[in-house]
Design a protein around this ligand. Sequence first.
Ligand SMILES: [Mg+2]
Length: 409
Amino acid sequence: MKITAADVIVTSPSRNFVTLKITTDEGITGLGDATLNGRELAVATYLKEHLAPLLLNRDPHNIEDTWQFLYRSSYWRRGPVTMAAIAAVDMALWDIKGKVAGLPVYQLLGGASRTGLRTYGHASGRDLPELFDSIREHLEEGYKSIRIQTSVPGIKSLYGVAAQAQSSGERYDYEPAGRGDLPTEEDWDTRAYLRHVPTVFEAVRNEFGPEIPLLHDGHHRMTPIQAAKLGKSLEPYDLYWLEDCTPAENQDALRLVRQHTTTPLAIGEVFNTVYDFQTLIREQLIDYVRAASTHFGGISPLKKVMDYAALYQIRSGFHGPTDVSPVGLAAQSHVGLAIHNFGIQEYMEHSEATNSVFEQSLNFADGYLHPGDKPGLGVELNEEAAARFEYQRAYLPYNRLADGTVHDW
Ligand SMILES: [Mg+2]
């Protein structure tokens, strides 16, 4: 069996997606997600100009060899662009292998360790009544675990808070990259945030009781001592996890946070390789691995990092925003179903427009996801539908403090 074509499809049904389609001489095709939110065309070009020529005539069955060849032969290792491109190839090859075998990918990874993936949804509100409505709506939809983000008094716009009440109509992306020529500017005040967040969790626990697993995302905005303080102040509310409490580049910061709080920590959605997790896992500085198959080199390395994490009772919490395409979500769902140390899967439903482009066997019911039992990843690309949605440049927002200093978004 040989690879005869590697095509890159860029489409924008409500947000941009980059998809790799690998075709073989036997007519079997495989899909991979290469979407890097806000920098999509860099990966599309990397795939088209640099990886596609290397793939032609290779045996698609040699997934590990192809991965190592692409990683090592480039000389320039790691980084989100490189690793998203390699991820797309890896996923597409697993998709092909599954189709040849007549098995869903999770069967090739060892079979199912559970009947479904417990998910968490994103509740948010500009104030407590709006937040409570959003939580109720998620509970009615079947979600068993819920991430809580709210506005903070004195801060005009904030990450993770819906710009409109969730019940006001069609489901939408909570954090779409802004469309247009320039990124949107937001404001930030860490002290106001640290004062406000514990009061929100206290109110949520008073309203909804102690049982629902609650999560919160700090989005890399705190210093280590601020993160330690927040973790400690949230302990009475028994969080499932506190996510990205400090910028991920400084892994030593997590030691300080860990010394001060028993609030479980999740980190790693911007990580690209197992090396980014090496210290955090070995020193047991985190509780959940937040990598996404799409930004982490694909299915193969995601399975490896989770096997490493299993030695330390660290579990998965794969990044699942809507900029991870249905192909990327399916890829990590197969891993999540197979590994023993699965924790929870972030799940934001894709838009109807996105689902018209990506036809999926993924199933969400009663708060649980299942990637389905179609051979391969279980996602097919409707290329005619994809062609109807033209790429639009889109940037994520960014932050400035009151004095004009740029801050982490
Ligand atoms: Mg996050």
